[in-house]
Design a protein around this ligand. Sequence first.
Ligand SMILES: [Zn+2]
Length: 306
Amino acid sequence: MFKRLTILFLVLGLLTACQSAVQVEDKPQIMVSLFPQYDIIRQIAQDKVDVELFLPVGSEPHNYEPSASTLMKIMEADLFIYSSDELEPWVNQLVEGNASDDLIVLDASNGITLLEADHGHEEEEEEEVELDPHYWLDPLNMIIMSESILNALIEIDPENEGFYRDNAKSYISSLNELDAKWLDLFEHARLNQIIYGGHFAFGYLSNRFGLDILSPYSGYAPDAEPSAQALAGLMDVLAEKEINVIFYEELIDPRVARIIAEQAKVKIEVLHGAHNLNSEEMQAGWTYISIMEDNIAKLKEALRYE
Ligand SMILES: [Zn+2]
């Protein structure tokens, strides 16, 4: 009896050993803070990695701070990708503090020139220069990011280098096609102005394509309330121009856009900044590219594409 038990324990012990061996060989663990970077990893690495977007589904990132348990998971991961020091100032402390030597940290804005903030309001002279964190809205910056993320994937998982390179190549060509669609939109648009009842997220599109965005908000973070004066100014613009839609931002109740639209008797539509998805969008498998194609279709109508 004793012998049999010993054998049984040995077998069980072996099974456990096998299981933990499998776990050791498990896929690379990646933690990522923002949807566009998460989507790039999904496109390039597919099922070869375990990737977690830790910004909760449906949350906007501007005021987000990770919980202690999320910080633990970041520190135990193989690769941590964040958007920029502008959007995630908490990262510096993390990196200087407790992260293990094995953790690779990638600032996804590496190699990208961030634009200076242009809120449309007068800057006070001694104010520090603020940078616009929404660089992913220019597809050319998505391409730069895809290349940095490809290199990081190869570093943590060199065995699958060929697979990653092939997928990155085809994803980058889809981003180039998307960029051509943006160019085509603005080449054939009769108008170049939209009213946007959200925080200032589309500066990179304005900068590249000359899109003029009128917003009652004056900052980046979607927590400030627009002034009555700013709202009245927009109503004047609406009365003068042939604008027939007010855009609002994803993830936030479009209360301000609705107020303007009701008064001006125009419709409201979301213009999606791709910060994050809500749960329906996540379940429906939305991607950065599908979001932008939807934005382009709405802007074609709003800007009288001909
Ligand atoms: Zn934003």
